[in-house]
Design a protein around this ligand. Structure first.
Ligand SMILES: Nc1ncnc2c1ncn2[C@@H]1O[C@H](COP(=O)(O)OP(=O)(O)OP(=O)(O)O)[C@@H](O)[C@H]1O
Ligand SMILES: [Mg+2]
Length: 508
């Protein structure tokens, strides 16, 4: 007897169809798995054998051959336990129901329980694309699968429950989408808690509005980490498209909570500086998205940036520019999206007090230079905005009236972001930082006097061509915050100020 059913594998950000073909024939009893399975799939033989017996079915004493087609793609993961088991039941005649329009995925425990797996969202998208009507998947992944409309997602808890359903004895109800309950924001960090630092807050508002990369430089305890950690409170809400993209990354990384269908808040990732290059950009033996992809459509915060290894920082250069990480392997090329806003914080020198009027810096000029050179010029060039965060004085600490709440700032940021979405609605760009070089002249239109100011500063301060386009994009965001279509003098002048490093920050 032969049977065939559909399942899925994951390659990068996409799923591919895997046909699980099973043949039971006469011969010396054995259980062969072919079709380039890796070690974890080969072990599924033992799980399937035990799960079948412990669910009240008999394991056929025959020569069993399972083929995972297409045979030329290497299969990894434990997705195929459930489909292999169902295919064996079908081939041995223990299951008679029609499963032609169905697909199955899931890992099995020895007792026959179905365990969650990674990558359900992209599998469900693929299942819908190929016309699958019933998609059977682990119960813990049900919310994730239910995010996609137009396909029946059936959560399975155990093999016996699935068999009862297929034999019409007990009906499994299709999974429903679960959206986040409205959160009580009272205990979330808010910008009203940060005293003073109006310039830094203004810069972060612009960065949030246009999705610009930003670096904060200042002495210890001036509030750099505090400012950066409050960014999520002013970031604009995600569009459905952005939410789906981010959820896909989390689904593949296995980080999606079973209680929600979609990632609805912009991610804020803050990896420790001991992280490796692979941890930051992704890859590894079994490829996995790195921190930069996990912060897709959100923020990647690198606190104490010079403490990160040079290698880890340098690998960020290409992904930051392209918005995708490409991982090449001998037999496949994968890519993960990484449209992220990079936020970095650092002290100006080893002791932290270089340029601070209240403390003497104890570092030698060589040590200051060594410290600043830990961040390479090309990486610095990719940071649209560079801002100094000086220590605050006592009066700022006590005068809390001027501290605006994150709610107010978020309103302005959202308005500016909506303008950008509307302006670029026929393109793949959704915010100013991503404006491509061919669009920049169409989108960033300067008044005559603003052009003159930019020309003057460009010649005087020796900006790079990249810095020039970054200034234009930041000026575009500042104009959007004021809801102005034409970029004017004050917008350019403010944008130029956010290039402190280009203006020889380290010259006394
Ligand atoms: N502007 C501020 N308003 C209110 N509290 C502040 C401010 N700046 C610093 N603090 C207080 O100081 C603590 C340390 O601040 P934070 O960790 O942000 O400093 P930092 O600039 O990141 O220092 P480091 O360079 O050492 O990392 C905060 O937890 C907060 O309690
Ligand atoms: Mg800090």
């Amino acid at each position: 007897m032969i049977s065939s059913l559909r399942s899925f594998g994951v390659l990068g950000m996409d799923a591919f169809v895997v046909n699980v073909e099973t043949d039971l024939s006469t011969g010396i009893p054995c259980f062969d798995l072919v079709g380039l399975p890796d070690a974890s799939i080969k072990e599924s033989r033992e799980r399937v054998r035990s799960a079948l017996k412990n669910s009240g079915f008999s394991f056929p004493i025959r020569k069993i051959t399972v083929n995972l087609a297409p045979a030329d793609i290497k299969k990894t993961g434990s997705f195929y336990d459930l489909p292999i088991l169902v295919a064996i039941l079908k081939a041995s005649g223990q299951l008679t129901a029609n499963i032609d329009n169905s697909a199955f995925v899931g890992e099995l425990s020895l007792s026959g329980k179905v365990r969650p797996i990674n990558g359900i969202l992209c599998m469900t998208i693929k299942a819908k694309e190929i016309g699958v009507e019933n998609f059977y998947l682990p119960k813990q992944n049900a919310a994730e699968g239910a995010a996609i409309d137009g396909i029946r997602v059936l959560p399975v808890e155990s093999v016996s429950e699935l068999m009862s359903h297929l034999c019409n004895k007990h009906i499994i109800n299709p999974a429903k989408k679960i959206f986040k309950k409205i959160k009580n924001n009272v205990f979330l960090p808010d910008y009203s808690e940060v005293c003073g630092q109006y310039r830094a807050k203004r810069a972060l508002e612009i960065a949030a509005a246009g999705g610009h990369n930003i670096i904060l430089i200042g002495p210890p305890g001036s509030g750099k980490s505090m400012l950066a950690k409050r960014l999520p409170s002013i970031l604009p809400s995600m569009t459905f498209k952005e939410s789906l993209e981010t959820t896909k990354v989390y689904s593949i990384a296995g980080l999606l909570k079973s209680s929600t269908s979609l990632v609805e808040d912009r991610p804020f990732r803050s990896p420790h500086h001991t992280i490796s290059a692979v941890g930051l950009v992704g890859g590894g033996n079994i490829p996995r998205p790195g921190e930069i992809s996990l912060s897709h459509n959100g923020v990647l915060f690198l606190d104490e940036m010079p403490e990160f290894s040079r290698n880890s920082l340098e690998v960020l250069r290409q992904p930051l520019e392209d918005g995708t990480v490409t991982i090449s392997r001998a037999n496949s090329i994968l890519s993960y999206p990484c449209c992220t806003m990079l936020v970095a914080a650092m002290n100006p020198c080893m002791c932290g007090y270089f340029g601070d009027p209240n403390h003497n810096c104890t570092c030698s000029s060589k040590s200051i230079q060594r410290y600043s050179s830990k961040i390479s010029g090309p990486l610095l060039d990719r940071l649209d905005m560079q801002i100094e965060v000086p220590a605050i004085n006592f009066s700022e600490f006590t005068n809390k009236k001027l501290n605006e709440t994150s709610k107010n700032i978020k309103e302005r940021v959202s308005k500016a972001r909506n303008i950008q979405l509307e302006r670029c609605k026929n393109t793949s760009i959704s915010y100013n930082a991503k404006i491509s070089s061919n669009l920049i002249s169409k989108v960033c239109i300067l008044s005559n006097s603003a052009t003159k100011i930019l020309e003057l500063t460009f010649n005087k301060l020796g900006f790079s061509a990249r810095a020039y386009s970054k200034i234009l994009k930041v000026a575009r965001t500042i104009a959007d915050l004021e809801q102005k279509e034409l970029i004017e003098d004050n917008h350019v002048l403010e944008a130029v100020q956010y290039r402190s490093f280009d203006k020889n920050f380290y010259v006394n």
